[in-house]
Write a protein that binds this ligand. Structure first.
Ligand SMILES: Nc1ncnc2c1ncn2[C@@H]1O[C@H](COP(=O)(O)OP(=O)(O)OP(=O)(O)O)[C@@H](O)[C@H]1O
Length: 267
């Protein structure tokens, strides 16, 4: 689908050393990869390998020690990034005094000012319906389950049609069933947009089911170990999880993340 297009995001020899009390600490070491427009890229790696740091660099929160990030082949200033990048974090971070509908409308109030209130409302209702929240539009966050709150936050991030959506373990705090439901819903929502997604996860099956490309990282210092293209056609149905190629790919990523454990198992 996205093969052959010029990259939307180019990450070039990106390094970041934090200054600490005991000297510089290299969190990311010469990380390079490209992300095609409209594609879905997951980053997996052990705790502390620099995944969140990478997202913070992409969003302009941090500046690299060396290397650079290009959007559509050009460096982007921090100010311009704000209207182009959406976020979803591990916890939904909804405004407690706003209903689900009002929370989804929030980003549009800031980023899509040319719309009338009625247009914003109609669009927010559309997103909530696709996310399976019809009937819950006027509930406040505390009246929704954790999974429903996370759906609202995904709708909120997609509703302003960001060019780039950064997701930092958005399903990490949810149970397995809710997680799988939300993975399917996220794919459905994303397929209706042209948004490029960078998705961080600790779950290997989650990365395989969602992504076009998986970037596997190692810790200390954070480096790219391997970039894997995921060939399964879309829409991906749940049964793909049982396909031998799926199982093999997940096993390969596991062996990259736990080389020692894998070697012992193979002995
Ligand atoms: N502000 C900071 N100052 C110093 N060191 C930092 C800072 N932020 C992160 N680090 C270090 O950089 C490394 C990468 O952190 P980061 O949060 O990016 O990892 P991660 O891969 O997202 O981890 P996890 O999967 O546990 O969330 C870690 O060793 C962390 O201790």
């Amino acid at each position: 689908m996205t093969m052959g297009k010029a990259p939307r995001i180019t990450i070039e020899d990106l390094s970041l050393a934090f200054r600490t009390g005991t000297g510089p600490f290299v969190a990311l070491d010469r990380v390079s990869f490209d992300i095609a427009p409209g594609s879905f890229v997951s980053v997996v790696g052990p705790s502390g390998c620099g995944k969140s740091t990478l997202l913070k660099l992409l969003s302009g929160v941090y500046s690299p020690t060396s290397g650079r990030i290009l959007f559509d082949g050009k460096p982007v200033e921090k100010e311009r990034l704000q209207g182009q990048v959406g976020y979803v974090f591990q916890r939904a971070l909804l405004l407690p005094w706003r209903t689900a509908l009002q929370n989804v409308m929030l980003t549009m109030e800031v980023a899509r000012r040319s719309m009338t209130r009625a247009q914003r409302e109609a669009e927010a209702l559309k997103w909530l319906e696709i996310a399976g929240l019809k009937g819950f539009e006027h509930r406040f966050p505390h009246e929704l389950s954790g999974g429903m709150q996370q759906r609202v936050s995904i709708c909120r991030a997609l509703a302003f049609r960001p060019q780039i959506l950064l997701m930092d373990e958005p399903f990490g705090a949810l149970d397995e069933i809710t997680r799988e439901t939300l993975q399917n819903e996220l794919l459905q929502l994303w397929q209706q947009t042209e948004t490029t997604v960078v998705f961080i996860t600790h779950s290997i099956p989650e990365a395989v089911i969602l992504s076009e490309q998986i970037v596997v990282m190692s810790a200390r210092p954070g480096r790219v170990v391997e970039r894997i293209n995921v060939p399964f056609p879309r829409p991906r149905v749940d049964s793909v999880r049982e396909h031998p190629d799926f199982v093999e790919m997940a096993g390969h990523i596991r062996s990259l993340l736990h080389p020692r454990a894998h070697a012992i198992a193979a002995e």
